[in-house]
Ligand binder design. Sequence first.
Ligand SMILES: [Zn+2]
Length: 308
Amino acid sequence: MSLQIPWSSHRLLLRDVTFEGWLVNETPLRIGAGRDSPLGSAVDLAVLRILISGRSVPYIPGSSLKGVFRSTAVQLARAKRLSVCSGLSGDTCMDWDNPKLSTTLHRYIQEALRSREESFEAIKVFHSEACLLCKVFGAPSFTGHAEFSDAYPFDEHGRLVDVPVGVRTGIAIDRRTGAVRRGGLYTVEFVEPGARFKFSIRSTNLPNYALGLLAKIVRGLNEGWVKIGGFKTRGFGKVRVEGLSFTAYLPYSNGTMLPAVDDVDKDVDLSNLVEVVGKQLRAPSPKALQVLQKLEEVWDNANFTESH
Ligand SMILES: [Zn+2]
């Protein structure tokens, strides 16, 4: 039995990696404010806005980005035959009856946490029973290891930039009859192409292969096979990634990121791509894109079947 604290524990900060950059929409972008438009809105389906320095501006909430990353990660993990839950409410590793525990993982952990001595036991059981994506993105009563900031329309100096919005008229079709619904015209607001949203994804303790999974999804956004927001089937939500930078604070040797304590993880040689600044490894744009590619290789080559 190992006394090593698993990386999914938040007790120790073992590794700290941040990807930052801009998401620039190439097609209309629509992140809705929900079914009910704000009072006084001239459109039926308004875009989500937030008040910054007295101005109401469209933005991309971190929770939306996280949702996109998780649902894409589910597909990528399953394509590698890695067993993961959907992450949807009520359908996570925490919610299922676990035959080994004779209860759900959630209830088991709640019980274990009640007695202080058993909290180490709780994290060990969580680490062995929860899927990779619950550890990365979180699960009921467990904070994940990847944080997605809200993406605001900021320039390089952190100044707010204007975000032009447009409006389109849509026709509501009755799903049962296939006919146009009575009074079935509605207006949809969207962000015009070319808006730049500053984003940041910070991860703690993630093994190199899990960073590679996130890296693959960042590339997916940049290449357009991962889209953001609503009306994707109409071509909305295609973005590119600009000005990407990579910062890592973790054990390394000569520019090589060492593996996390994990059965599957491997090291990554970034010696030609990163500069060492204090205890950090840094890669500004455009080298950060090559770092993504290196990390992605660790994910692609990770063999999860041999570890069990
Ligand atoms: Zn899970």
